[in-house]
Design a protein around this ligand. Sequence first.
Ligand code: 5AD
Ligand code: SF4
Length: 550
Amino acid sequence: MPMPTKTVYLETFGCQMNELDSELIAGSLSALGYRFTGQSEQADIVLFNTCSVRERAEQKVWSRLGALKTRKKSHPDLVVGVLGCMAERDGVDLIHRMPVVDVMCGPAELDKLPELIDNAVRTKASLAGSSPEIAIRKSASQIALQGNSSRRSGTLAAAQDSLESLDLSRMVSPIDTNTARSSYVRITRGCNKFCTYCVVPHTRGAEIHRPPTHIIDECKRLVDSGVIEITLLGQTVNHYRYEHDSAVSIDGVLQPQKGRTYKGSHNRDAFAGAQTTTFADLLYQIHEQVPGIERLRFLTSYPRDFGDDVLQVIRDCPRICRYIHVPAQTGSNRLLKMMNRGYTIEEYDEFIDRVRAYLHQPEIGRPLMLSGDIIVGFPTETDEDHDATKRMLERSRYKNCFIFKYSPRPGTVAYDKIPDDIDDKIKRARNNELLVMQTEISDSIASEQVGKSFKVLVEGISRREHRKRGTEIKAGSGMVGITIDGQSARAPVAVLDESEITGTVQLSGRTDGDLIVFFDVPASEANDLVGTIRDVRVNHADRLALHGSL
Ligand code: 5AD
Ligand code: SF4
C-alpha cells in the first residue's frame, strides 16, 4: 500500500481538535512513507484540515482551493484533499463547486484517510496518458468521498470504533530538543449540546467518550517520549463519563463492580470497583498514574454540569493547572435562552464564584486564571443585551477572552429560524468595545503578577528574538511541514544553532495559569532551558505579557 516518496502539505484551520487530528494524520501518513513539506508548491498531495465554525474559516479554505486551480492544470496528478468539518458539511456540493478536490474526508472517518489518499494517487497514476478531459471525468467518478458523522451513520458503537482507531494509531516518537514537550490527548469527540448557532454537533457528531485505559496509556506513551504537559481535549470536556461493562480492569486485573464514590484524592484505591469513570475520576487517575506529566490541562469546559468533585480534584492535585476555559457566550438571559445554552447568567456567575472559592490561591503562588468566548451580534441582540454582556465580562475577569461576531451557519437552528438581523457595523462596534474592555482587564491581571514568582514551562526562543536575529522558527521534528493557518505549527519552540550562540536571548514560556512570560538568559544556557520548568520572577508587565528573570 505505501506510495513512498510522495510529499504532503497539510494545513490546519480552526480549533485544537483539528490540530490534534492533523498531528495524528501526519503520524500515520509518515509511517507509510509519505514525507511532509511546509511549502504547498513542493507537494504532490495538498491537504486542508478545515473548520466550519465561522464563515471566515471556510472562506480561507475556498480561496486556498481556488489558488490550486492553475497548479492543477500544469500538474494534473496533484492530489487535493479537504478534511474535517467542511468535508462533512458540504459533502458532494464541495466537489461540484471545486472540482480540484480529489479526496474528502469528514472528521469521523479520518482513520480511513491513508486508504483514500492511496486510492486517489493510484487512480491518477492509472490515468496518466489519457486525454485531460477523460482523466478528469474518470477521476471524479473515483473520488473517495467520505462524510458520515455518527449522528447519521449506523450505530453509535460503530462510530465509536472508527473514531477510536485514529487516536489509537497515534505514532509517538522520542522528542528531540527542537520539539515542544506539550501534547493534546482527546478524551471526548463530538457534542450533544446543540447550541442554536453551532455547527459542531452536526459536523463532529454525537458525544463519544474514550475508554479511560486508552487515555491513560496514551498519556504514558507521550510521557515516555519526553512530553511533560498534556492538554485533554473535548468540546465539553467536563461531560466526560465512561460507563464500564460488567467488570472493570484496574492495573490489568479484572475487578468485580461495587458501585463508586469519589473518596478523596489521596486514596489510591478511590476508584476500585467503579462502574462509571467521571471527569473528576479521569483527572485524578491520570494525575496519579502518570507522574511524569508535570502539567495537566483540559479544554473546553461547559459552564453547567461542573461538579465540586472536579474542583476538589484540581485543588488537591498539584500538577493540574489552575486554568479554566469556560465560555459564557453572552451576558443576556434572553439570548442565552435563544442560544439554547441551558443556563442563566446568574448560574454562570455562581459557577465562576464557586471555581474562584475552590481554586484561587494567589498566596501559594497559584492564582486561578479563567478565559472565555463571547459571540456578539447574535440575532435580535439589543443594546441592553450587549450591556449585560459587558457587565458579565467585567465580573468574570478573564485572563483572556475570544470575541466572535455571530456568523450564521447553514444547518443550524439559528440559521433556519432566526434571521441574521444585526448589521455588520454594529457587530464590529460591539466586538471592538468588548476587546478594549478585555485588554484593560488582561493588563490589570498582568500587573497584579509583578513581584511574584511562577513556575514557567520554557517553550523556546521568543518570536521577538527571532525577528531581532532574523532567524527562522523551526517547527518540532514530529510536526515538520504541518502548518496552522499558514504558520509553522508549534512555534515558537526552537533552539539555537551553534553559530547563533552569542550574547543574550529572550525566551518565552507559560505559567500554570497560561500567562505568557518573557525572560532573558545568556545564549549559552538557552538550549538547556527549553522544555524544562523553571522559577521565574516577574519584574514588570507590559500589555498582555509578563517580563521576568530566572
Ligand atoms: N458564530 C460565531 N461564533 C461562533 N462560535 C461557535 N459558533 C459560532 C457562530 N456561528 C464560537 C463560540 C464557541 C467558539 C469555539 O466559537 O464562541 O465557543
Ligand atoms: Fe458548539 Fe455548544 Fe457544543 Fe460548544 S457546547 S461545541 S458551542 S454546540
